[in-house]
Design a binder for this molecule. Structure first.
Ligand code: ZN
Length: 475
């Protein structure tokens, strides 16, 4: 029997262990897509307790607790920090084989140096030890944790109407102090600008955008002018990435006149037909993609989530509270049409695609190859296993399909996509999984590991952990 989560966790062979410890472990982290709150970085937030840090917004844990029969009061309700932590600690032993079991213990170990397993037996002691560090140790603030995990860059997720003042203030602070602080860059997430299925919310958003861009918006042309102004502003603030959350891809043909009419209709508060919604979304996706191509940005697409499935809980708690699941749409043809339109106009920016439904794995892995144009290595990327797929099996399946159908060597690797300052060990988890796959191939004679090829494999590990992302994003 092996020891749980020891130094060689997930590393099954000597070669895997050597590759990981020599080439992967010490690489800095470029977390090119996450949902950290810029205010917490700017203000160097100090957490009042491990409950705030762990259970404040982590809907993965909330789902597991509900599944384990924990009442809502102890999850998102008015229970005390200790009561909520105690309920989580009682749930953890029931999460065996769920990724949460690994994430929880990897976080305890790598952040706090705690090797005990969390259970009702250890709950009080772990709670007190974590809180002592969080409340008193200068290294345990938001930024302290980022430094601890060797984070070089984070890209947050920001709405076009955001004034980015926390990004600017943080940049000023770190510039003047000249220390080794991680860089924090904004990323452009304009989902609300295409959410025309809710006319009232869309109208409110257009008004906020008008204010942010200082443009009077009366027509679709004004609307896109305002978005362009905000895109230019984000660019000036160092943004080089966009990200879009979509159910599926949209590439329905439309005319400019139709879009003008649809815009006026929805802005006047009228419900749109399903076809009008698809046309508008198609026009917006195209507009955003052209913006990114012209600015030389990387565009990212996260697609395939069926959100807010539980209307009772949606009313009670709002979105992003643990009631989303994997959706099912036929998107290959629309995705192909969308990428082809941009490519044929030579306006296809560097692109990263993230599917939530693992049934799309091979479709995506082969779609990439259609639009690689030789201008940049790995121009069209397949993002690492995301959300429900962000675990050992999901990572392995993504890397295996990418290896078989594309070039794993050119992969830009891991990102946390997380709201938590404790999620950085996911990079470690990914790196161990990567080294384990390569180590197994080498030990089985499936991959050479002498002379030039040995150096290539060693370099490949460092590239996927760090160099590819650094080069791809120009950071
Ligand atoms: Zn995300």
């Amino acid at each position: 029997m092996k020891t749980f989560m020891d130094r060689d966790f997930l590393l099954q062979t000597d070669t895997a262990r050597e590759l990981y410890h020599r080439h992967a472990a010490s690489q800095p982290i470029i977390d090119y897509h996450c949902h950290l709150d810029p205010a917490m970085v700017d203000e160097d937030h100090r957490f009042r307790s491990i409950t705030e840090l762990w259970l404040g917004g982590d809907h993965y844990k909330w789902r597991a607790m509900r599944t384990n029969g924990v009442p809502e009061r102890l999850i998102t309700g008015d229970a005390s920090d200790w009561e909520k932590f105690e309920a989580w600690a009682a749930t953890v032993p029931y999460t065996l084989r769920n990724p949460l079991y690994h994430w929880t213990h990897l976080e305890l170990k790598t952040a706090f140096g705690i090797n005990d397993c969390l259970s009702p037996q250890t709950a009080r002691s772990i709670y007190d030890r974590c809180n002592d560090r969080l409340q008193n140790d200068p290294a345990f603030t938001a930024r302290g944790l980022m430094r601890h995990y060797h984070v070089e860059v984070v890209c947050t997720t920001d709405d076009p109407v955001d004034d980015l003042h926390h990004h600017r203030a943080y940049k000023e602070q770190t510039k003047s102090s000249g220390n080794d602080s991680p860089r924090m860059l904004p990323a452009w997430r304009p989902d609300k600008a295409m959410a025309v299925e809710s006319p009232e919310a869309f109208r409110k958003y257009v008004n906020r955008l008008a204010e942010a861009a200082d443009i009077d918006i009366r027509t679709f042309g004004d609307f896109t002018d305002a978005l362009q102004r905000r895109h230019d502003f984000f660019h000036a603030e160092g943004c080089r990435l966009s990200d879009h959350g979509l159910e599926e891809f949209y590439a329905t043909p439309y005319t400019d006149t139709e879009i003008d009419v649809i815009f006026n209709k929805v802005y006047d508060g009228d419900e749109l037909s399903a076809t009008e919604i698809r046309k508008f979304k198609s026009a917006m996706l195209y507009f955003f993609a052209v913006q990114d191509a012209e600015a030389g940005w990387v565009q990212q697409y996260h697609y395939g989530a069926l959100r807010n499935n539980n209307s009772r809980m949606m009313q009670q708690l709002g979105p992003d509270t643990g009631f989303d699941s994997i959706g099912q749409w036929q998107t290959a043809r629309e995705l192909s049409r969308f990428l082809d339109l941009l490519d044929s106009e030579e306006r296809l920016a560097k692109t990263i695609l993230y599917n939530l439904n693992p049934a799309d794995n091979e479709m995506i892995a082969t779609m990439l190859g259609n639009f690689q144009d030789g201008s940049v290595a790995g121009k069209i990327q397949w993002g690492s296993g995301w959300w429900f797929l962000d675990q050992k099996d999901g990572m392995e399946r993504q890397m295996n399909a990418l290896s078989l159908l594309g070039l794993l060597s050119r992969f830009v690797g891991m990102l946390t996509d997380s709201r938590s300052f404790l999620s950085y060990p996911r990079h470690e988890y990914f790196r161990r999984t990567l080294c384990n796959l390569l180590g197994n191939d080498i030990e089985q004679g499936l991959m050479p590991f002498t002379g030039y090829e040995e150096q290539r494999v060693r370099q490949m590990v460092e590239d996927i952990c760090y160099n590819n992302a650094k080069c791809y994003f120009g950071m």
